[in-house]
Design a protein around this ligand. Structure first.
Ligand SMILES: [Zn+2]
Length: 276
């Protein structure tokens, strides 16, 4: 894996213009500050878009507004990693406001009002759900590939059922671990080669039960994003995980500290911009 040039756009903005590289379509990943929850928008180089989770219900307006500000009219690929409210709570609002192409969710049995409302909204829109599971391809073009690393099987624990997405543009790979915990991480490592990635959306908001040494070693990211609410009652992220990431030399960005975190790549270099 080639070395990455990772710079804050703020710093770049201060440098004299030296852009001599041939312009290449860019991919942007926006890790939205949704408080305690997850939502990540990919603006793909071919002009399509992908949304991974829609945050908690309390952030639905923020998610919808951010998507509108990004110029989104249609979400081509909508992934709900698992049925917990902090990942699907904004889902109904998103379905009401935008055209949606393909929807991916893991097969689970879960019965909460929030989940039932989401399934109903999907049905009302005349959409069907494609099962998110290990090995399932979402996008497969020359430059851009996206597939699921997990779940490799069914679990009683919904976090472990998380759809774990691996997306590669050019030489840059992102892994979004949903809320997968160490049991699911171990199964992914056994089931397939977990690729070396540049960017890791840390599993389960940085909880101590995710991001095992083995999983982190396999991915060996340069940048990690933790989507987490300020002063959340769970104590996420765990100091143990922050220490583990620091020891591995990973640059960590947190939505509770940095606000929305935006990563842009031309398929070679990754630039990170933070809201604060
Ligand atoms: Zn969660």
């Amino acid at each position: 894996m080639s070395a990455l040039l990772i710079s804050l756009l703020l710093i770049i903005a201060l440098l004299p213009s030296c852009a001599s590289t041939v312009a290449r379509p860019r991919l942007t990943a926006v890790f939205l500050d949704v408080g305690q929850g997850d939502s990540c928008l990919f603006l793909l180089p071919d002009g399509t878009s992908m949304l991974i989770d829609a945050g908690p219900r309390s952030a639905k307006d923020a998610v919808v507004n951010s998507l509108k500000e990004s110029g989104i009219e249609k979400i081509d690929y909508l992934v709900f990693t698992h049925p917990h409210e902090d990942h699907i709570g904004g889902g109904v609002a998103v379905l009401e406001e935008f055209d949606v192409g393909q929807i991916y969710m893991p097969r689970t049995s879960h019965t909460t009002k929030t989940y039932e409302d989401l399934l109903l909204a999907i049905k009302d829109k005349g959409l069907s759900i494609t099962e998110a599971k290990a090995g399932k391809t979402v996008v497969d073009t020359t430059d851009l590939k996206a597939f699921f690393l997990g779940p490799t099987k069914n679990y009683e624990d919904l976090n472990n059922c998380s759809a774990v997405l691996c997306l590669t543009y050019g030489k840059v790979t992102f892994i979004l671990a949903g809320d997968a915990e160490s049991e699911a991480e171990k199964d992914m490592l056994v089931a397939a080669r977990v690729p070396d990635a540049d960017v890791l959306k840390v599993g389960h908001h940085g909880s101590a039960t995710s991001t095992s040494d083995e999983f982190l070693d396999a991915i060996d990211p340069e940048v990690a994003v933790i989507s987490v609410g300020k002063d959340n009652s769970y104590g996420h992220p765990a100091q143990k995980i922050l220490d583990r990431l620091a020891k591995a030399g990973v640059d960590v960005y947190r939505t509770d500290v940095h606000g929305t975190v935006t990563l842009t790549t031309n398929g070679r270099d990754v630039e990170v911009k933070t809201e604060r």
